[in-house]
Design a protein around this ligand. Structure first.
Ligand code: AMP
Ligand code: TRP
Length: 330
């Protein structure tokens, strides 16, 4: 069975974009691949965090992995810092990544361009750590949203560079970006990605949002005055975004079918249908989330996941250190 690995960095609450772009994909693939899904808490601290808030977000991230359908019997679910090899290989990767490459990474460039002050060194070198996260486990595929594709491509470059220099150390992974839903946009500004950094913004639906609030956000989504449900991201970005959400929550229903279903109907009807699908999803996730929070499944899952991940990751770090010449005893 081929391996697949991905992670989420819960610097805020998980939202519909994280679900459609990432979580839903992890769940879909867990039957056909050996799945590794981790919580990237080292990545979280690349931007300032309030300790209590971070702790809650990490807890909720595991609970939501499970509530969305990741099964600890099938997938290995773990916390990044429970596997210290991530930090070790992360440092080694940093030493094999050029500053020129890091300078080209759009996430850092965007923050810099916005004039954000006191950006950390960790944020700058974050893609090297992400390469380590991946290469430790030799996955064939890395399912991610569109915004992370560039980081997986850098990971491929680093893997190839090290394989050429030291012999075959790593499987060169491929990013797996969904055709629909790889970039869910904000409901209030469909030219911007739906993002957890939106705070209490009306444009972002959090997976733990109250159902009434979520419905209100969908009904208030920005659309256009063309008055027909049609997939055209260029001219109808708001409607196209709602169509992506609707399609993704209804077994990837093709856009032309959705267009037919709502032919001659107003945007109100369409928004109602989208809101129903969103609320149905949230209700099911939240029911499971509450059960999970009232059990000891989180601790058990993380313990079991870390045990398995540590064996694989430690072996890989040893192999890499040996190949580089960092070990003294052969
Ligand atoms: P993050 O929460 O930033 O660690 O992202 C977790 C995963 O969700 C990554 O694979 C992202 O690419 C994906 N993701 C985040 N926001 C969105 C969005 N608005 N649309 C689609 N995928 C997203
Ligand atoms: N950088 C990813 C994000 O912000 C999270 C992440 C960290 C990740 N390490 C990873 C995703 C390894 C896939 C594989 O969304």
């Amino acid at each position: 069975m081929k391996r697949m690995l991905s992670g989420i960095k819960p610097t805020g609450e998980l939202h519909l974009g994280s679900y459609i772009g990432a979580l839903k994909q992890f769940v879909k693939y867990q039957d056909d691949y050996e799945m590794f899904a981790f919580i990237a808490n080292l990545h979280c601290i690349t931007v300032p965090q309030e300790p209590e808030v971070l702790q809650k977000n990490l807890h909720d991230c595991v609970a939501l992995y499970l509530a969305c359908g990741l099964d600890p019997k099938k997938a290995t679910i773990f916390l990044q810092t429970d596997v210290p090899a991530h930090a070790t290989l992360g440092y080694i990767m940093c030493c094999h990544t050029y500053m020129g490459e890091l300078n080209r990474m759009t996430q850092f460039k965007d923050k810099q361009a916005k004039g954000e002050k006191n950006l950390s060194g960790g944020l700058y070198t974050y893609p090297a750590l992400m390469a380590a996260d991946i290469l430790l486990y030799d996955p064939s595929y890395v399912p991610v949203g569109e915004d992370q594709k560039q980081h997986v491509e850098l990971t491929r470059d680093i893997a190839q560079r090290m394989n050429n220099r030291y012999g075959d150390l790593f499987t060169v992974p491929e990013p797996l970006v969904g055709k629909v839903g790889a970039r869910i946009m904000s409901l209030t500004d469909p030219t911007k990605k739906m993002s957890k950094s939106d705070g209490i913004n009306k444009g972002c639906i959090y997976l733990l949002d109250d159902l009434k609030a979520a419905r209100k956000k969908v009904m208030g989504a920005v659309t256009d005055n063309l008055a027909h449900v049609h997939y055209d991201p260029e001219n109808q970005p708001g409607i196209s975004n709602l169509m992506q959400i609707y399609s993704s929550l209804n077994n990837d229903r093709p856009f032309d079918e959705i267009e037919k279903e709502f032919e001659g109907k107003g945007y109100g009807d369409f928004k109602c249908a989208v809101a129903d699908s969103v609320c149905e999803l949230l209700e099911s996730i939240q029911t499971k989330y509450n059960e999970i929070c009232n059990s000891d499944i989180i601790e058990k899952t993380l313990q079991q996941g870390a045990e398995k991940a540590n064996v694989i990751a430690n072996e890989k770090v040893k192999k890499v250190q040996k190949a580089i010449g960092m070990e003294i005893v052969k």
